[in-house]
Design a protein around this ligand. Structure first.
Ligand SMILES: NC(=O)c1ccc[n+]([C@@H]2O[C@H](COP(=O)([O-])OP(=O)(O)OC[C@H]3O[C@@H](n4cnc5c(N)ncnc54)[C@H](OP(=O)(O)O)[C@@H]3O)[C@@H](O)[C@H]2O)c1
Length: 458
């Protein structure tokens, strides 16, 4: 049988330091909270062996105590006031899986003030108030762990903070929202429009009753802001992160993009420029051979380009009860291991020591350069096919690649699609405005960015 010799040394060392069970207080017993209870119970022995001490759920806070009792079992104290849990002297670490921002922030700051470690899966909270929370934790010498906040079954925060710690990170580009990826995949596979695909996602449980945070790109922007903060050791003011969702993506554009060798995905892009960073979320064309283009359904994928490791790709489920619990419990195990280490011995929250956190300006979206995809409706005027490339060229818009795509059912949808040279959004808009107003010319029916990843066919 496999024996890890390093394990045999741990328990003795821990006994000497007098560490007992790590006592957990859980706020929220919904999807993530229930998975956390289940995983802590199911793998209790294995977890204790791996960290050298048990991790014990001792208290939970919920609104509906009857429902919560079914989740946590008979040995866990239940309270309806989460502040009472946070302040309880028998709790070492607070797991915040309640969601929302206002109360969650109060609870997390109070837990920190009480000298307790915090594990949270709340990306909205950290994207909007992470700087304040991490600064408070630093002052109090406690841990705030948040692997469950981004692409849950992918240990991407660990990968960036630890596995790739020796690297300069150039870019992190991810599909980090399963709901929108499910909808886009469904549109691609069936030719269905956005509204019908959203209804399908809701019926199958891939979209929430109110899907606005997902479809408007806000959830992906929260996650991308967190990834950028870790990748670049930076403060990322969430209000400046560009977020555009998928509500305006048409199934017809997916067909047209495919004719050029691309797929349309909702991407979260965090990229280091020489004196600024880009942090943005929007639909974009991805080369169809790139691994990101292969991420289908509700799955997540994150591509990281780093100076020593080169490109790496991280893939897995982005939501779910046990999948998120996997990240939450791993964080608890880290807390169990690291709680006794001093601040300087721990991996810093944002991958750099607090004194080294950068304030890179965020490049406004209009100043971000990329190639663009333009779709022009031909409107039963095939002669536009011959005129348009010349008109575009005369306005300074290079046609690097083009295709005439015929709609199988509706000739009025026939399109000329082109890929331009790399231009900023503002520059492209100005050049298109300057196009000669020829008879029959109409502005493009759709404009999307192309994300040319540095090694596009990994
Ligand atoms: N679901 C996922 O796959 C997933 C993945 C990654 C991260 N997350 C994040 O994890 C967090 C929780 O998500 P979830 O899906 O588990 O949500 P959820 O199923 O709605 O569960 C939320 C829980 O919090 C409780 N709660 C809400 N307000 C409360 C209050 N004032 N006092 C006490 N308890 C309160 C709810 O109690 P009642 O049931 O009694 O209302 C419920 O048990 C969110 O920040 C989310 O963004 C979720």
């Amino acid at each position: 049988m496999f024996q890890d010799s390093s394990f045999s040394a741990w328990p003795a060392a821990l006994k000497v330091s007098g560490l007992g069970a790590l006592r957990v207080g859980l706020v929220g017993t919904g999807v993530v909270g229930s998975g956390t209870c289940q995983l802590l119970a199911r793998n209790a022995d294995l977890i204790a062996q791996r960290v050298g001490r048990p991790i014990r759920l001792v208290m939970a806070a919920a609104r509906d105590l009857h429902k919560a009792a079914q989740v946590v079992g008979p040995d866990v104290d239940l309270v309806s006031d989460p502040l009472a849990l946070v302040r309880h002297p028998d709790i070492d670490v607070v797991v915040e899986v309640m969601g929302g921002v206002t109360l969650a922030k109060t609870l997390v700051l109070e837990a920190i003030a009480q000298g307790k470690h915090v594990v949270t899966a709340n990306k909205a909270l950290l994207a909007e108030h992470g700087s304040e929370i991490f600064a408070a934790a630093q002052t109090q010498g406690v841990i705030v762990a948040y692997e469950g906040a981004v692409a849950v079954s992918i240990p991407i925060i660990k990968a960036l903070r630890e596995g790739l710690a020796a690297n300069r990170i150039y870019e992190v580009v991810g599909i980090v929202n399963g709901t929108t990826n499910f909808i886009l995949t469904h549109m691609q596979e069936t030719g269905m429009g956005f509204d019908a695909a959203l209804r399908q996602a809701t019926a199958l449980g891939f979209a929430e009753a109110d899907p606005s945070f997902d479809i408007e790109g806000v959830d992906a922007a929260h996650k991308t802001a967190l990834l950028a903060a870790i990748a670049f050791g930076a403060d990322v003011p969430f209000a400046q992160v560009h977020a555009q969702g998928i509500t305006r993506v048409e199934a017809w554009d997916m067909v047209c993009a495919q004719a050029l060798g691309y797929r349309i995905k909702l991407l979260g892009v965090a990229r280091q420029r020489s004196e600024s960073i880009e942090v943005r979320v929007h639909p974009a064309l991805v080369p169809e051979k790139h691994l990101l283009a292969q991420v289908q359904g509700s799955m997540n994928g994150i591509w990281v380009n780093a100076d020593a490791a080169g490109p790496t790709f991280h893939y897995g489920a982005g939501a779910g009860s046990l999948t998120t619990a996997s990240a939450v419990v791993a964080d608890l195990m880290d807390v169990a291991r690291l709680a006794s280490a001093g601040l300087s011995a721990r991996v810093p929250y944002r991958s750099v020591q607090a004194s080294a956190i950068q304030s890179w300006p965020l490049l406004p979206i209009g100043q971000v350069a990329s190639r663009h995809y333009l779709r022009f409706a031909l409107h039963e005027r095939p002669e536009l096919l011959t005129c348009l490339p010349g008109w575009l060229q005369s306005a300074g818009v290079e046609v690097q690649q083009w295709a005439h795509v015929r709609h199988p059912e509706n000739v009025r949808q026939d399109a000329l699609v082109v890929l331009t040279q790399s231009l900023t959004g503002d520059d492209l808009a100005n050049r298109l405005k300057a196009l000669p107003q020829m008879q029959g010319f109409a502005a493009p029916a759709a404009v999307w960015r192309v994300e040319d990843l540095n090694s596009s066919a990994m």
